[in-house]
Design a protein. Structure first.
Length: 234
């Protein structure tokens, strides 16, 4: 059966979703090539018609529909047991769940505070008003107000990644000697930042920068395969 992944696409083929980036790397790790289908950022009705919810990515496998990047990763692990493992067994899967929550609820929030005001330009022009109105309703303020205290949020970001930096000074990857889904989850947030803002968050020479750049180059430079933040306003 054909695996099909639905994802949101931004301005000029940019991939703004960290959750889609997790899937790109999971598929590459498994050695599987799905069919990709794009939806606009504001195409909530299409997404709901596929999965009865409004988030991407969504994976279809015949009549089977799987939503949420974590659920998709679990499905790939079960569906393709003879391909390279994403978790390395039940213990690795359990530990990766914690990393998944940390990436979503701590690292992702720290990055969003730094890039949300820049982010609309990586989206298609017809999707920018939807993003702004939906996020400003969520935040209770304008995007510019949400990101106004950049020095404070840079400090909070540095505190959030301190355990990551320490870990990566002691081992090459989050998962150990070689990357696994735990790495792709964390890396996806730094891709979100690279696509969503011109701000470079990681200092050259740090362990986290070395790790991120190594993953960008992984799988034939998968992390640089699509455009990053627009150099000029579109």
């Amino acid at each position: 059966m054909t695996l099909t992944m639905y994802e949101r696409i931004g301005f000029e083929q940019r991939r703004p979703s960290p959750f889609s980036w997790r899937m790109y790397y999971a598929f590459a790790h498994k050695g599987i090539t799905p069919e990709y289908r794009a939806v606009r950022f504001a195409d909530v009705a299409i997404i709901r018609s596929l999965s009865d919810q409004d988030k991407v990515p969504i994976l279809t496998d015949g009549d089977r529909v799987v939503s949420d990047s974590w659920n998709i990763a679990l499905y790939l692990e079960q569906r393709f047991p003879d391909h390279p493992a994403l978790f390395g067994g039940a213990v690795g899967q359990g530990a990766t769940r914690l990393i998944n929550h940390w990436a979503d609820n701590t690292l992702g929030v720290a990055i969003r505070r730094l890039i949300a005001a820049d982010f609309p330009l990586c989206l298609a022009p017809e999707d920018r008003a939807y993003y702004r109105s939906s996020r400003e309703a969520q935040f209770g303020c304008t995007l510019e107000e949400y990101c106004a205290d950049r020095d404070r949020y840079l400090d909070e970001f540095a505190a959030a990644i301190a355990p990551l930096e320490r870990t990566l000074t002691e081992q090459r990857y989050v998962a150990g000697d070689e990357p696994a889904y735990a790495d792709y989850v964390v890396f996806s947030m730094f891709q979100y930042a690279r696509v969503g803002s011109p701000l470079e968050l990681l200092t050259a020479g740090t362990a986290t920068r070395r790790w991120r750049d190594a993953l960008i180059a992984r799988f034939d430079a998968l992390g640089d395969r699509y455009p990053l933040y627009p150099s000029e306003a579109a």
